[in-house]
Design a protein around this ligand. Structure first.
Ligand SMILES: Cc1cc2nc3c(=O)[nH]c(=O)nc-3n(C[C@H](O)[C@H](O)[C@H](O)COP(=O)(O)O)c2cc1C
Length: 205
């Protein structure tokens, strides 16, 4: 579907007063349709969360020439995350943006949206939550955006180092370190991606 990433910036903070704080990011991708989406949000350290995203001009509050916003409400989440980098994968379209006659109706629709999104993107497993995404116990699936980035970056490494790439555990460890630095992802998440992509024996330290 669509993957949008960027730094979290301050919005008008009406959301907070509605009980729906949102992480706003600048969106330059005009191809993403306006509406409400079920999503998966990931931070650079590999933590992922279910989210419900609103894309549009908030017709309940503003006219049609208002600024177009990308707002992610992260489900069951209460941390302050301004300034952090977030990657949001839109997984399923829920409904279009609507001009509601009252704030009460808007909030009631948002509650229903959150329930639908939570059902579509189940919460991150306790294992991943407690290890900050560096899961070494029961395998958790790496998010698709992470797999895509690791696949592309490792293809580039193989293309440039062909023949002299280090092999064995040391080589793999070096590859994990380098990909983690290059992609701004935790080593745990990089390892998980490599395991899924290569089914390889990737060392855990
Ligand atoms: C799940 C969700 C659904 C939303 N649906 C609508 C909508 O249909 N119509 C609308 O005017 N605004 C909608 N919004 C946007 C809210 O109006 C917006 O979050 C609120 O005004 C807070 O804005 P702020 O983040 O700038 O404080 C939605 C927001 C969320 C999180």
């Amino acid at each position: 579907m669509y993957t949008i990433e960027g730094e979290i910036v301050h919005g008008d903070e009406i959301g907070r007063t509605l009980g729906f704080p949102t992480a706003n990011i600048h969106m330059y991708d005009e191809t993403v349709p306006d509406g409400v989406w079920a999503a998966r949000a990931a931070f650079r350290d590999g933590r992922t969360h279910s989210a419900v995203v609103s894309v549009g001009r908030r017709p309940t509050f503003f006219e049609s020439d208002a600024v177009r916003l990308f707002e992610a409400h992260i489900i069951d989440f209460a941390e302050s995350i301004y300034g952090e980098w977030i990657i949001v994968e839109l997984l399923d379209y829920i409904r279009p943006q609507v001009r509601f006659d009252s704030i009460r109706e808007l909030v009631s629709a948002m509650h229903a949206d959150r329930e639908r999104a939570a059902a579509i993107t189940p919460p991150t497993s306790e294992c991943e939550r407690s290890t900050g995404g560096d899961a070494r116990g029961p395998a958790t699936r790496a998010p698709r955006w992470a797999l895509r980035r690791v696949r592309t970056a490792s293809a580039d490494i193989h293309a440039t180092n062909e023949g002299d790439a280090a092999s064995g555990p040391a080589g793999l460890q070096a590859q994990v370190r380098s990909l983690s630095r290059q992609l701004g992802m935790s080593r745990g998440l990089v390892r998980r991606c490599l395991r899924e992509l290569n089914d390889a024996k990737v060392p855990t330290s």
